[in-house]
Design a binder for this molecule. Structure first.
Ligand code: UDP
Length: 260
């Protein structure tokens, strides 16, 4: 089978040229990294689950008029997306203190924040994605004030929606990371949600037990990563009741054997 042209390979995904101009194929890998790629590993079947979860969340977000790059899922590990110019900012939304904010400011993990916080990080692996302010973004022209207004507005709407969605399935949305891109229509650029939303870039805690159902299981060597990702997918109704994680993996193996 002829292989498509690879456009970019990131830590968890590969982008290939899409079938039509202005489209890309986003392939979800099982590779996992943490601490700016100092820790590397594989979570078997993660790519399959994240492809499915991200499709689900992006589809629901489009129903509340959040524009996204998602067009449609192609197979177990791939989705067709709009080509965008990625804005080099990681947008982190926090509802509960955890991770870097707890470390940096000495706030105990699990503290409910009195209000939601939006933070910006400059996307640069060599610099370790430093925390930046809107002043830096404006000064260096990484995004215009109008784009930042749209980004903050979408981040809040996405957070409101996802808090409710996860609360409905017994999950506390602690924090998450978003990426946005410029989508060009004629000479006009519109900011749309890009990348993915999955347990790789969210902190998801079970509402009653506090159990971590996200990449912290990998970061903190807690084990059970696949089961945790699978549990999120199951609660979202993306796996038939009673199905096992191995069913998903079997399907994926089957697809690979067919060379698709
Ligand atoms: N996050 C991410 N990619 C990054 C950095 C953070 O997806 O490069 C997500 C992370 O999974 C968490 C949220 O953003 O849900 C906030 O991460 P934090 O700043 O606490 O950093 P960390 O503790 O992961 O280093």
């Amino acid at each position: 089978m002829s292989r498509r042209r690879q456009i970019y390979e990131g830590k968890a995904k590969i982008l290939y040229e899409g079938p039509e101009p202005g489209t890309l194929i986003q392939y979800f890998k099982d590779d996992a990294t943490a601490f700016n790629a100092l820790k590397k590993g594989t979570i078997n079947g993660k790519g399959v689950i994240n492809n499915r979860i991200s499709e689900h969340v992006f589809t629901l977000l489009s129903h509340i008029n959040v524009p996204t790059h998602f067009i449609r899922r192609l197979n177990m590990r791939e989705q067709l997306v709009r080509q965008v110019e990625i804005i080099p900012i990681e947008v982190v939304v926090r509802n509960v203190a955890a991770g870097s904010i707890s470390k940096r400011l000495g706030i105990e993990e699990g503290t409910q924040l009195p209000r939601t916080i939006i933070e910006y990080y400059y996307k640069d692996d060599a610099l370790g994605d430093p925390l930046i302010s809107e002043e830096h973004i404006a000064c260096f022209g990484w995004a215009s004030p109008e784009e930042m207004h749209d980004i903050a507005d979408m981040a809040i709407r996405i957070n409101d929606f996802m808090c409710g969605m996860f609360a409905g399935i017994g999950i506390r949305l602690v924090d998450f990371k978003l990426e946005f891109g410029r989508f060009w229509e004629n000479d006009f650029a519109r900011v749309i949600l890009a990348d993915e939303i999955s347990p790789d870039g969210c902190r998801l805690w079970d509402l009653t037990t506090g159990e971590k159902l996200d990449k912290d299981r990998f970061r903190q060597d807690l084990g059970g990563e696949v089961e945790a990702y699978q549990e999120v997918a199951r609660r979202l109704g993306l796996l038939p009741e009673g199905s096992e994680e191995s069913d998903v993996l079997d399907l994926d193996t089957h697809r690979k054997k067919r060379g698709k």
